[in-house]
Design a protein around this ligand. Structure first.
Ligand code: ADP
Length: 396
C-alpha cells in the first residue's frame, strides 16, 4: 500500500511517499516545491517526479493521498476529505486563517487532478480528543462552546510521534505499543496503563507544549486556534481576549486589520522588530539587539510556563522532549528552557546539549531524574500510519 503525504502551504507543496507493503514501513520518496505559482502544475510535477523516480507507475497506484489537516467544524480524527469535510474546514477558516485556506485550495485541486484516489486528512486536533472537559472548556456561555469556542490543541501529529517514539527510547515498549495502537477514530477513552509521563516541547515556526501520560495527551498550550499558546514566528500566541476590542478602538483599527496583525505581524516577528527566524533573532541578540533578546526571553518564559503546568499535572515527568526546527537544532534555547530546574529533577548536560543537532539524543546529566531528550519530528509518518489504518478499517 503506497500513501502519499502532501504538506500544503500557500505557495509550497512538499511530499513524502510511504510504502506499507508486506508489513514494512518505508519512505520511498520525498520532495517539494517552494514559491509555487501554478498549483495544478505543481501537483502534476510531483506525480512526474514520483514516476520518474520509479516509485510509482501512475497516480492511480496510490492507495490515498494523506494530509495533515488542521481543523474542521464538526469533524475530528482521521477522515475522508469529501466536499462536506472541506466545507467544514471552510467553516473554521476564521479560526485558522493561515492554515485552513491553503489546505482547502490544495485538497480541491488534488480532488480535481486525481479523482480516482481517496484523499484522507488527519486533523491536528485529533490527538486531544481525550483531554478532560476541565482542560478543554473555556468559561464562555454554552452556545459559544457549542459553536466551537473551546481548547482544541494543535501539532497533534508531532506530539503523537513524540508520545510513541519517546516511549520506545525510554525502553517502554509497552507504552509505545499502546500509543501506536491508539487509533484516533476509536472513540473510547484509553484505559489506564503503567504510567509514563512525557512533556513534549515542539519549538519551531510555531510552537506548543503538550503533557502526555501513557501516550495520551492531557492538555496542550494551544487553545481555540493556532494563534494561541507560545508566541509563534509571526502569530501572536496567548493574548487576553479584551485586547482585541480595546485596541481596535484605541488605534482605530478594523477587526480585519487587527486580525491580520495578530496572524502575520505578531509573535517573535513583532517582539524582535521584524525577524521571525530564530537563527536571525539569535544573531541579532548576540550583537546586542535588545528586542531580539526579548523575543527569545518571551519564547523561553512561555515554554517554561507550560512545561511547569504539565510537570504539576503529571505529578513530575519521566522525560522532557524537544522537537521541531528550534527544539531539534537550537541548543541555546534548550539550555535557557532547562535553566535552574534541578529542584524539579531536570539537569541538562551542557556539553552534550551543545553537541546535539537534529538527531535523537539524551541531553540530560546522568543524575537528572527527568530525562531530557531531543527527538526529530516525523509528523508525516504519523499521518501516513493513520491514513493506512483508516483505509484498512474502511475496507472491513
Ligand atoms: P515549521 O513550524 O514552519 O515547520 P520548523 O519546525 O522548521 O518550522 O521551525 C522553524 C524554526 O526552526 C526557525 O526559527 C528556524 O530558525 C529553526 N530551524 C530550522 N532548521 C534549523 C537548523 N538547521 N538550524 C537552526 N535552526 C533551525
Amino acid at each position: 500500500m503506497k500513501v502519499l503525504i502532501a504538506n500544503l502551504g500557500s505557495t509550497s507543496l512538499k511530499w513524502r511517499l510511504f510504502d506499507f507493503s508486506n508489513g514494512q514501513e518505508q519512505m520511498l520518496h520525498k520532495g517539494g516545491f517552494e514559491r509555487v505559482a501554478d498549483y495544478p502544475q505543481a501537483i502534476n510535477d510531483c506525480l512526474g517526479q514520483l514516476t520518474a523516480a520509479g516509485v510509482i507507475k501512475t497516480g492511480a497506484e496510490l492507495a490515498a493521498v494523506g494530509f495533515k489537516t488542521i481543523m474542521a467544524r464538526g469533524y475530528n480524527g482521521c477522515v475522508r476529505l469529501d466536499e462536506a469535510v472541506v466545507s467544514a474546514m471552510e467553516a473554521f477558516s476564521d479560526i485558522a486563517p493561515a492554515h485552513n485556506p491553503p489546505y482547502i485550495t490544495g485538497i480541491r485541486l488534488f480532488a480535481q487532478q486525481m479523482p480516482e484516489v481517496p484523499l484522507v486528512g488527519l486533523f491536528e486536533t485529533a490527538f486531544y480528543q481525550w483531554i478532560s472537559p476541565a482542560a478543554s472548556r473555556y468559561a464562555v456561555p454554552e452556545d459559544w462552546h457549542a459553536a466551537g469556542v473551546r481548547r482544541w490543541g494543535f501539532h497533534g501529529a508531532s506530539h503523537k510521534f513524540i508520545a510513541e517514539r519517546s516511549a520506545e527510547l525510554l525502553g517502554r515498549q509497552d507504552v509505545a505499543e499502546r500509543a501506536r495502537r491508539l487509533y484516533v477514530n476509536q472513540g473510547a477513552a484509553p484505559v489506564a496503563a503503567p504510567s509514563l509521563r512525557v512533556i513534549s516541547c515542539h519549538l519551531g515556526g510555531s510552537s506548543s507544549v503538550t503533557g502526555i501520560r501513557d501516550g495520551v495527551a492531557l492538555g496542550t498550550s494551544m487553545g481555540l486556534s493556532p494563534q494561541s499558546g507560545l508566541p509563534q514566528n509571526n502569530r501572536v500566541g496567548d493574548l487576553d481576549s479584551f485586547a482585541l476590542p480595546y485596541i481596535t478602538r484605541a488605534l482605530g483599527l478594523s477587526l480585519d486589520e487587527a486580525e491580520k496583525i495578530l496572524c502575520q505581524d505578531s509573535g517573535l516577528k513583532a517582539l524582535s522588530g521584524g525577524f521571525n527566524d530564530i537563527r536571525d533573532i539569535e544573531a541579532q541578540a548576540r550583537q546586542g539587539n535588545a528586542k531580539a533578546q526579548l523575543a527569545l526571553d518571551v519564547l523561553v518564559q512561555q515554554a517554561r510556563h507550560w512545561i511547569g503546568a504539565f510537570l504539576l499535572e503529571l505529578d513530575g515527568a519521566d522525560a522532557l522532549v524537544f522537537t521541531a526546527g528550534i527544539g531539534e537544532n537550537n541548543s541555546t534555547v534548550r539550555e535557557a528552557v532547562c535553566r535552574n530546574l534541578s529542584g524539579l529533577g531536570l539537569k541538562l548536560d551542557p556539553e552534550k546539549n551543545r553537541s546535539v543537532k537534529a538527531v535523537e539524543a539524551v541531553i540530560s546529566a546522568p543524575d537528572s531524574r527527568v530525562k531530557i531528550m531531543v527527538v526529530p519530528a516525523n509528523e508525516e509518518l504519523v499521518v501516513a500510519r493513520e491514513v493506512k489504518r483508516f483505509l484498512e478499517n474502511a475496507a472491513r
